[in-house]
Design a protein around this ligand. Structure first.
Ligand SMILES: [Zn+2]
Length: 108
């Protein structure tokens, strides 16, 4: 996963960003993944990147990524104000692809 561009934060800093073309699977593949789940788990949270279901517990402890309203991934510490869509859980396999600084494991 490569850094594709930079964005300017709300306090005027320039920070690296990763566009969705680097991290998002095709919508079709993501939807197919989201349909694979164990019995009773259809409402479980999904990995934001690949759509695979996670257990509630895995999601609560999952690595988070910081996403802009334009679906860019940005450093966890970037202050982007209303450009931030928030922090989302991703599965452990997807988290491995995300560069350091762009992810945070809860409790770590
Ligand atoms: Zn995933």
């Amino acid at each position: 996963m490569n850094i594709t561009h930079t964005i300017t934060t709300s306090n005027g800093e320039t920070v690296p960003a990763i566009s969705q073309s680097e991290w998002l699977l095709s919508i079709e593949q993501k939807e197919a993944n989201s349909r694979i789940y164990r019995a009773g788990a259809h409402r479980n949270p999904e990995c934001k990147m690949c759509g695979r279901k996670m257990s509630e517990k895995a999601s609560a402890n999952a690595t988070r990524v910081h996403m802009t309203v334009n679906l860019d991934l940005v450093p966890m510490t970037a202050s982007i104000g209303s450009e931030s869509q928030g922090y989302f859980p991703v599965g452990s396999e997807c988290a491995k692809k995300v560069p350091a600084g762009f992810k945070k494991k809860l409790g770590a």
